[in-house]
Design a protein around this ligand. Structure first.
Ligand code: SF4
Length: 351
């Protein structure tokens, strides 16, 4: 699809026409990545962050956050749970936390790789080439870094530089690729000042970057952030809404543009519709979910945006709930690591 075709779908409001889009996305998902839904166990092990992203409640200046950093043993308890539950991957996520050193992280990765068969995904912010190299050498398989918007002016507005170092997530994504990571990125939908045009460009960017994993989710305002205090111009016909339907459109178009990618049905989507948001995401292009393994006593403090879904559930609750939801829509829980199929130029075969 070209830019104007993408734009037309992004602006589509007719429910019958949208059914066609959902159908195309579901078919592309089935043909390229199959019926398996892969579970990635999410461990939010530190909410310290040095940055000031304009949309995120964990930014360094937010004095209202109770900060925590889990010990290596605490993280390993969560990792073992992931293995016990049959997940193929753990996602280690934190703010851009320089209190968590390069060596500590490398030791943790080595420990996970020597004690379990799990794939390790990192989501640790804009770290240096040296850090990314050390963690890849320690055995990390994948890295997630969302660029959030392809509009350069909006990007600069929401991602201030740090200590004279210019924020440039696209060049970090290219560096991750060179280091041999599977590379994941994504955007937010409905950022104040974003346009439909920007979203169409985001989708073309996903394709051009040849991403292995792509997460798209709604912008949810946090009151203690620069952006959260900004009034959104809902009258503008350029500003895309940050509603559920807009997210489904982006999930579906992402699947059509990048048919081999692993695409999560996100917690932010479930936050908009706790009853069936995850399921509808899976039925409109997604093939991954990320059950949360973070202990509830820490999880409540990992507040990038407020009113996050499933904040008080235990890992066991999340595990059972995800399995039931997947089966309720006639899909099955994936086995194995659920590696990227992007480079496998073959039609899907059963796992
Ligand atoms: S989005 Fe990430 S890097 Fe930015 S402030 Fe939040 S935790 Fe820090």
């Amino acid at each position: 699809m070209n830019h104007s075709e993408l734009l037309a779908w992004l602006r589509e409001t007719d429910d019958d026409r949208l059914e066609i889009l959902w159908g195309k996305a579901d078919q592309a998902r089935r043909e390229h990545v199959g019926d398996a839904v892969h579970l990635r166990g999410l461990i939010e092990f530190s909410n310290y962050c040095a940055r000031r992203c304009a949309y995120c409640g964990l930014h360094v200046d937010n004095q209202g956050v109770t900060r925590y950093r889990m010990s290596m043993d605490e993280v390993m308890v969560c990792v073992r749970l992931a293995h016990e539950f049959g997940y193929g991957t753990v996602v280690l996520q934190s703010g851009e936390d320089y209190g968590m050193t390069t060596d500590w992280m490398a030791d943790l990765i080595r420990r996970i790789k020597s004690e379990t068969p799990l794939a390790v995904t990192l989501s640790l912010g804009e770290r240096s080439h040296e850090d990314l190299t050390a963690w890849r050498e320690a055995g990390a398989d994948r890295y997630l870094l969302r660029f959030e918007t392809s509009n350069p002016d909006l990007y600069r507005k929401i991602h201030p530089d740090l200590g004279g170092r210019i924020s440039d997530r696209i060049s970090i994504l290219n560096c991750l690729r060179e280091l041999g990571y599977e590379v994941g990125s994504g955007v937010m939908i409905g950022i104040p000042g974003q346009t439909y045009d920007d979203l169409a460009t985001d989708l073309l960017c996903f394709r051009d970057l040849e991403l292995d994993m792509i997460g798209v989710g709604p912008y949810i305002p946090h009151p203690d952030t620069v952006l959260g205090r900004q009034v959104i111009d809902t009258e503008s016909d350029q500003q895309p809404p940050r509603d559920e339907r807009m997210v489904y459109k982006m999930v579906a178009l992402t699947r059509i543009m990048c048919p081999w990618a692993n695409i999560p049905s996100t917690t932010a989507l479930a936050t908009l519709n706790l009853v069936e948001g995850r399921e509808l995401g899976l039925m409109r292009g997604a093939n991954v979910v990320m059950p949360n393994l973070t202990p509830p006593e820490y999880r409540v403090f990992y507040e990038i945006y407020p009113s996050k879904a499933c904040i008080r559930e235990t890992a066991k609750d999340c595990h059972g709930c995800m399995g039931r939801r997947i089966e309720s829509i006639g899909r099955r829980v994936g086995t194995g690591r659920g590696d990227s199929r992007r480079m496998k130029n073959t039609v899907f075969a059963q796992d």
